[in-house]
Design a protein around this ligand. Sequence first.
Ligand code: PLP
Length: 379
Amino acid sequence: MTAMPLPQLRLEVPMNDLDAQYRQIKGEVDAALARVIEEQSFILGPHVQRFEANYADYCKVGHCIGVSSGTDALVLALLAVGVGEGDEVIAPALTFGATIEAICQVGARPVLCDIDPQHYTIDPEQVRRCLSDRTRAIVPVHLYGQVADMDGLNALAVERGLVLIEDAAQAQGARFRGEPAGSLGRVGCFSFYPGKNLGAYGDAGGLTTNDEVLAERLKRLRNHGQVAGDKFNYREIGFNARMDGLQGAVLSTKLPHLNDWNERRRVIATRYCAELAGLDCMTHPVEAPHAHHVYHLYVVRVPDRDALAASLQAAGVETAVHYPHPMHLTPAFRLLGCGEGSLPVSEQVCREILSLPLYPEMSDEQVDWVIDAVWRHYV
Ligand SMILES: Cc1ncc(COP(=O)(O)O)c(C=O)c1O
């Protein structure tokens, strides 16, 4: 009897694998969490302070303020720089909803702007067209892990006296001209949502700035308008937007690994780009001049996005779309008055983008598997 060939082992490749990361650092994380519980230091406190100091160093800024989410970081940043009723804030149409939501939450009007078709970040030339007498701030989003064109944006900000607030939620460790995301504007806003390059074990966020007065205001705003050492003497109307001790401890544990994890992301991105380069129908991410991309997401463009996603799913490869709709075509933000066709690059990109799995714990075999599955869809 002839032996039957063994069926090829099928790999499953999820979009992310937080469990694999936890297993690598389980000892460190468990010990850090236990310490917080033993010390009963649940809100702000020494574990948050330690993370704030370490993350400020990492971002090469004077101050980091730990908060409860990236969304709260954006709201607090806008308020603290004085954006409010009657102001306009320019932001890209291709982003996660929180960017635009935060502008609305402080009573300002978001002015949605088109993106650079190569890098998917806000296009300074388009920003210029969005300016008005009411423009107070620009919120560039360092989308997918790549810093926006800060040269062009800074020049505009200086020329027009505007505030630059970085939405660096997806860009922990990214750099522009060697300088870290979060140090490139008046204030940087980070999300430490669990799936981010640096992720907490729940919601968490942070603000970075070199401005000491702004940092003090942000600390007040996150804690009901109180200042340290003068409890219940509310200086202004604030929020409950504090970081938890458990999140501070997890983030401090993970931060020393971030550069290695980001390097592994870059290795996988280089493989995708090189080994799928022969597919003419596929557009790969492009690292902009002066940028150090940290590939929070690896987003390709193809004309048959939904068909490719279905083939990959059948092959056990999970994909996602970040994002299927530009902000101005979602029900909540249609009221901003931009109709279909008004921001053509964002609209076209949203029809064609697909995020392939990319996370540091992905094995070389999983990367092979994804590449092979993409090729098999097209040949
Ligand atoms: C670009 C961007 N901005 C803001 C946020 C909001 O962060 P959070 O979910 O921590 O509130 C996110 C989260 O995914 C994001 O991707």
